[in-house]
Ligand binder design. Structure first.
Ligand code: FES
Length: 134
C-alpha cells in the first residue's frame, strides 16, 4: 500500500505525473444569471468573475443584446432591466450611463447598461431582462 500523501502524488493519481494546467482553461463561474429574452423566454447563463454582464450574455450566444460599442458606454444597445430585488446589489450608476439611458424610449426604474455591471459572487442569481430595441 502507498502511504505517500504529498499533494503532487495525490493529484497524479499515484504515478508521479502531475496533470498539466491548460493556459486556456476557463475561469470558474462567479455568477449564474437568468436572462429573459425579448420573446419572453429565459436563459440561464454563467459569468466568470470580472467579466461584464454584457460580455457574459454575448458569450452565451444571445445576439439580441447588440452591445455595438463593445462596452465603451457609448451606445446603450446593452440596455437591460434588472429584477427589482437585485438593484441594491449593483454599483451606483455614473453620469455617462445615466445620460445614455435617458436617450432610451424604454428607460425604466431598474434600467442599467449591462456593460457597466461586473460579475462576481455578489451577483450570483441575478435576473435581467433585455430591453426592447430603441
Ligand atoms: S455596449 Fe455600448 S453602452 Fe454598453
Amino acid at each position: 500500500m502507498n502511504y505517500d500523501q504529498s499533494p503532487e502524488r495525490r493529484r497524479s493519481g499515484g504515478d508521479g505525473r502531475v496533470p498539466e494546467t491548460r493556459p486556456d482553461a476557463r475561469p470558474s463561474t462567479a455568477a449564474r444569471i437568468t436572462v429573459t429574452l425579448r420573446d419572453g423566454s429565459d436563459r440561464m447563463i454563467e459569468a466568470a468573475e470580472g467579466v461584464t454582464i454584457m460580455e457574459a450574455i454575448r458569450a452565451a450566444g444571445i445576439d439580441e443584446l447588440m452591445a455595438l460599442c463593445g462596452g465603451c458606454c457609448s451606445c446603450a444597445t446593452c440596455h437591460v432591466f434588472v429584477a427589482a430585488r437585485w438593484t441594491s446589489a449593483l454599483p451606483p450608476m455614473d453620469g455617462d450611463e445615466d445620460d445614455l439611458l435617458d436617450a432610451s424610449a424604454h428607460r425604466g426604474e431598474t434600467s442599467r447598461l449591462s456593460c457597466q455591471l461586473i460579475a462576481g459572487p455578489a451577483l450570483d442569481g441575478l435576473r435581467v431582462t433585455i430591453a426592447p430595441d430603441d
